[in-house]
Design a protein. Structure first.
Ligand code: F6P
Length: 517
């Protein structure tokens, strides 16, 4: 980390954010930017014009512009897996000029989009029916991580845009309880399953898919299975083995990372829920943010500024945690979605070149709908010793009624004030230190376009931070070890005679578990 940034932090430590506001009547103007209806207000961050200028110089030194172009142009930016990262191509509208080497990929995206739209139309119009001839009323997406969180988050966020009659459900947990609870409620003759797995090797997803398959076969007969399952994957062979019909397969590609995939056929559950028109509005919103990210000058660029602030808070202000606090219940799943996006992408300690990183990388992301969080963990954010940065997301309309909109806005603004100004008191228990680092994301309403913009904003913010820290935001080697070890422990659990195969340090615990079961 540049020594000079710490120098700025030391200088600023003596000045509260309230004082920074008092010193600069134009602070809101200087430290907020709007793009296409989305306001990013970072005036409550503990920085000033000089510190921001130094951060902007750092991002230039890190080569952000060239890295960004390399990503959009389809260069290999995921070095450790030797892959492109082309989630942005998924939201490029038809007719977009792309480099020659991306033309076939763009064609494949168009085909995928047309097939998804046709499928959605056929399910909505009941041209595609259940094996019994009944109309599908319920869709169950079976997937985990990127094959679950994006669709689940978006379906919930865009509930008011639901089109047609379908209810969407999500099953991810390996323990099978989500599936069991759903199966008790659903009519198999009206239930369509989407098995969503980029690799089609993910244990949790396969376990749930097999449960669902057995349920349909048990209730409607083996011959019914094909009509009730579609799949989204890169793995044709595994789809063969699962007996997914040819017209029920939706292609994925290794150039789309799981956590960047809701724009692909992984978003099929979203498109079934909200219809193709709304889904395309979501893509268009993301596209607008792509254009902004690519074209706006760094000091005007929302994701660039957010990435720089993430660096400032993590490495200079020492914030190991970052809370995502939406002032709408509709974004209840956004924190979980961003946990994967940010923590799988930035939870790295080795640079792209294989060296130890200098300084810190990804923060621990957590969050809840802010209304509820105010009454649970805001206490720690206001008066605790942990250093946590915050994003408050505020839609101006969309609550139950106009009075509820006002309640929401007033709550959000009063919390933003409290975090910034703090509170002096003779009683130390009642003292609030203030100057808690926070940004506000404010938008007129949470519609499909705005959701697309918000998600792309976070994707690019993560990219910017990854460039500053020189880590690969598109791989996730850290999740592999546990998966591999699980493969060794399962047989030991299953066959007690093989207990000696377990690592010695597990013997005691395994013995205890065996006696309890
Ligand atoms: O285990 C992590 C992970 O690989 C994520 O990166 C991914 O989104 C998730 O598992 C699901 O993977 P798949 O879509 O291949 O089932």
């Amino acid at each position: 980390m540049a020594e000079s940034l710490t120098g700025h932090a030391r200088r600023l430590a003596a000045v509260s954010v309230s004082k920074l506001f008092a010193r600069n009547a134009n602070r809101f103007k200087h430290f907020s930017r709007a793009s296409d209806g989305l306001l990013f207000d970072f005036s409550r961050q503990h920085l000033d014009v000089e510190a921001l200028a130094m951060l902007l110089a750092d991002c230039e030194r890190a080569g952000l512009a060239a890295r960004t172009e390399a990503m959009f142009a389809g260069e290999i930016v995921n070095d450790s897996e030797q892959r492109q990262a082309l989630h942005t191509l998924l939201r490029a509208p038809a007719g977009t000029a792309v480099p020659a080497k991306l033309v076939p990929l763009e064609g494949a995206v168009r085909t995928m989009r047309a097939r998804c739209a046709a499928f959605v139309r056929d399910v909505h119009t009941a041209k595609r029916k259940s094996a019994t001839g009944a109309r599908f009323t319920d869709v169950v997406n079976i997937g985990i991580g990127g094959s679950d969180l994006g669709p689940a988050m978006a379906v919930e966020a865009l509930r008011p845009y639901r089109t047609g009659h379908l209810r969407c459900h999500f099953v991810s947990n390996v323990d099978g309880t989500q599936f069991a609870d759903l199966a008790a409620e659903l009519d198999p003759a009206r239930t369509l399953f989407i098995v969503c797995s980029k690799t089609f090797t993910t244990q949790e997803t396969l376990a749930n898919a097999r449960r669902a398959r057995a349920w349909i076969a048990g209730k409607l007969g083996e011959a019914a299975v094909r009509a009730h399952f579609v799949a989204v994957s890169t793995n044709g062979k595994a789809m063969d083995e699962f007996d997914i019909a040819a017209d029920a397969r939706f292609e994925m590609w290794d150039w789309v990372g799981g956590r960047y995939s809701l724009w692909s056929a992984v978003g099929l559950a979203i498109e079934l829920a909200i219809g193709t028109q709304h889904f395309e509005a979501m893509l268009a919103g993301a596209r607008a943010m792509d254009e902004h990210f690519r074209q706006a000058e760094p000091h005007e660029n929302l994701p660039v500024l957010a990435g720089l602030i993430a660096h400032w808070n993590r490495n200079v202000q020492g914030c190991a945690g970052h809370a995502v606090l939406p002032y709408t219940q509709r974004l209840a799943r956004l924190p979980a979605y961003l946990q994967q996006l940010e923590m799988e992408s930035l939870g790295k300690s080795i640079t792209r070149g294989g060296e130890e990183v200098v300084g810190d990388t990804g923060a621990v992301i957590f969050g809840e709908p802010a209304s509820n969080a105010q009454h649970s963990f805001f206490q720690l954010l206001h008066q605790g010793t942990a250093h946590v940065s915050l994003d408050l997301l505020l839609p101006l309309t969309g609550a139950a009624d106009a009075a509820a909109d006002e309640l929401v806005i007033a709550n959000c603004l009063s919390q933003a004030q409290a975090f910034m100004t703090g509170h002096e008191s003779d009683d130390p228990q009642r003292r609030h230190p203030g100057s808690r680092p926070l940004s506000l994301l404010v938008f007129p309403k949470l519609d499909p376009t705005m959701l697309g913009k918000l998600v792309a904003f976070y994707e690019h913010k993560v990219f910017v931070a990854s460039v500053l820290w020189d880590v690969n935001p598109f791989d996730q080697w850290g999740v592999e070890l546990g998966k591999k070890l699980c493969g060794g422990i399962l047989p030991v659990l299953h066959e007690p005679a093989r207990a000696s195969e377990a690592p010695a340090e597990l013997a005691g615990l395994l013995g205890w578990i065996r006696r309890q079961r």
